[in-house]
Design a protein around this ligand. Structure first.
Ligand SMILES: [Zn+2]
Length: 138
């Protein structure tokens, strides 16, 4: 999905890769560095209306609000919920640095999968009991 661009092109176009945004959210210093690439007065509306997650700037508060309700922003939030790939993870996948890290990672992923399944099942049960509850009322 999307085209692959170099970091330099991204900076020029004022957009950020997902791992960069991960850093921005965790590290205010990195975010400040990113914002300093272009002076605020050269940004739309002096850079006040900034979506950190999408690294986008907007002309008006309204546009930012609409953006935050939109599909692209929500997709970005979902992507950001997942842990970014680290060098450690990449090494582990090719067998560098022992298996402990890799196994731990797999365990964590399995745990997340099970939690998701459980939430789904609970939602289904809640829906079902709501339905049957309504049938009793009728
Ligand atoms: Zn956004």
């Amino acid at each position: 999905m999307g085209t692959i661009r170099s970091r330099k092109t991204r900076q020029l176009r004022d957009s950020r890769a997902i791992d960069q945004v991960h850093g921005d959210l965790r590290n205010p210093k990195q975010l400040a560095q990113f914002k300093a690439l272009i002076p605020d007065e050269d940004r739309p509306a002096n850079g006040i209306y900034h979506c950190v997650e999408c690294a986008k700037f907007f002309e008006q508060e309204h546009n930012l609000r609409e953006h935050k309700r939109g599909k692209n922003h929500k997709r970005r939030l979902r992507m950001l919920k997942e842990e970014p790939y680290s060098q450690k993870e990449a090494d582990a996948a090719v067998g560098i640095g022992g298996n402990a890290f890799y196994e731990n990672m797999l365990l964590k992923k399995e745990e997340a999968r099970l939690t998701k399944l459980m939430e789904k099942e609970q939602a289904r049960l809640a829906k079902q009991s709501k339905l049957t509850g309504m049938e009793v009322e009728v």
